[in-house]
Design a binder for this molecule. Sequence first.
Ligand code: GLU
Length: 283
Amino acid sequence: MTETITRFAPSPTGHLHLGHAYAALFAAECAEQAGGRYLLRIEDIDQARCKPEFEALIYEDLAWLGLTWETPVRRQSEHMAEYQAALDRLTKAELLYPCFCTRKDILREVAAAGYAPHTAEGPIYPGTCRHLSADERQARIAEGVSFALRLDAQRAVDMTGPLSWNDRTAGNQAAQPDSHGDVVLARKDIPTSYHLAVTVDDAAQGITLVIRGEDLFGATHVHRLLQALLDLPVPDYHHHPLLTNVGGERLAKRDKAISLRALREAGNTPTDIRRMIADLAPG
Ligand code: GLU
């Protein structure tokens, strides 16, 4: 039997709230029940949005909740060379292309097409820059137009063939990696992306059970494809339901009232937090 290694992977872009506490405790309990390990990862590739004070507060909030985790904590901003190595490998396999589109260009193109499939993250990229010739690409790069790197998903799928992954509650899933289209693997402003960094990190940390919210269920199809392309091990997944408020809305970082810090300062104890989570948790 492989050892269970789970993780909690918050972004230090705001205060943790009850939903984060739920996710953090859920993963820790899974590790404990399996006699496994619990790791923490700070997802701070977006240095413009991430703040040291939010990172400090993550450690404070989690310790206050009674959680312990292994050190050193993996901080994505310290591993940019690993993401670059993964990009280099995909470039060598001719699976990436530069995309010069702005958000506006994409929305315009999608509107002109009349219909375009969407994912939770927005419209699927219509593939505009995939069709540029090598000369056109070179010319734009020479002009200094900034670009992202996108995965040529169809080409990638042709290369890997059918893939599958296992969700602990939803069962075995036939991967649908092209469901997200040509995802960005290196942003214009940051030489990696959520999808790439998370996939590389889960492998680097030896995660055997990825526990995260069901809003990321679709992203797992993309991550499975990246694992195949980069020869990375395939963990099991558990996508848990998201906590909602009594009105049924998803808890959000901007909703200050339910931040752990505010709840703590209002005199609540960790036991109170656990009770609140139990009241809000589905099922
Ligand atoms: N950093 C992500 C978040 O805060 C979680 C990423 C993941 O678990 O894959 O939602």
